[in-house]
Design a protein around this ligand. Sequence first.
Ligand code: NAD
Ligand code: GLY
Length: 357
Amino acid sequence: MKTLTVNLPGRAYDIVCGRGLLDRAGELLRPVLRGDLAVIVTDSNVEPLYAARLARSLHGAGFRAAILEIPPGEQSKTPEVLAELWEQMADLGITRSDSVIALGGGVVGDLSGFAAATILRGVSFVQIPTTLLAQVDSSVGGKVAVDLEAGKNLAGAFYQPKMVLMDPDTLKTLPDREFRCGMAEVIKYGCIRDRALFDRLAEDGGRERVMAHVEEILLRCCDIKRQVVEQDEMDTGLRMLLNFGHTLGHVYERAYGYERYNHGEAVAAGMTAAAGLGTLLGVTPEGVRGEIEALLRQYGLPTSIAAGQKDYAAALTKDKKSDGGQISFVVLREIGRAETVKLEKAKLLDLIREAGL
Ligand code: NAD
Ligand code: GLY
């Protein structure tokens, strides 16, 4: 088992990672949680795979475990499902010393994290991520949210967990498409902070070889996110670097009604587009785009997605990283080094046209 500590003042927490940890969750969580009741929130795909094992481990450490199940997928990350969770937690008699445990992917983590932040004005929260995306990204850093009709993640909070506990063995049951989706975020970390990680992924070239040393990859990604979050928890500067590929990725997700492309596929195409735009801006060296495209192809991820000028204009107007007429856009100085440039939205739209995106 390996541990990283996220050092936030008064809210430090450990990320623990190791094969088989799910069965040790009770003993690992007992020292950091006060109350008796642990409410496990999970989805109906993950519940039959892992919930009973988690509950058994919690019982063994003296917790009362209750399981709340939601339907899988983004359509559950809504204010309505949040309100159902509040009612169910209240029916269970949750008190302020009890806790909520997210067991699942980013949907379960974001939704139940927001429920934990708000039920009784906040109870302890634990993340047990079971997708690659959730293990390398969404379980760390405290962003919790639900989607609104007006857009994704528009109602939420910063609410740090008491612990993130990840068992890489849970990734064995992940469908290939979900694994690929998480790989887009892993590749993103290589692009923004770690050339050696990028090269290692190119050497690995696929799921089987990645899984052979997945703990190392998970910890490297979490460590990058830890460093960024420690410096900019509230997402006002450095944390924006984590959005490399996401500005245009959101355009692609939205243009196809969030149905045709999943988040990772859209981010993959967004990263190559951002590399091309970075070159037009005179920041990203020629050739970077080609390197990223080659790596994405190795992992079966798309390198471009078609969208119209109207899609770009509409999505950029709603972008959370925009400030008046300006937008913070993440570009690469080189593979392993990212920076943010502030651009007028009109200028970005001109560049998108010039790049033929
Ligand atoms: P998800 O939670 O929908 O999980 C993907 C699918 O995998 C689901 O069908 C789920 O049931 C299934 N699944 C989960 N674990 C499994 C396992 N071990 N074996 C088999 N099936 C399994 O999606 P996701 O990609 O994990 O997360 C996407 C969400 O994360 C989005 O809502 C996004 O907005 C959010 N997100 C949040 C942050 C953050 O910082 N909070 C960062 C990135 C993404
Ligand atoms: N996934 C982006 C962030 O946590 O800031």
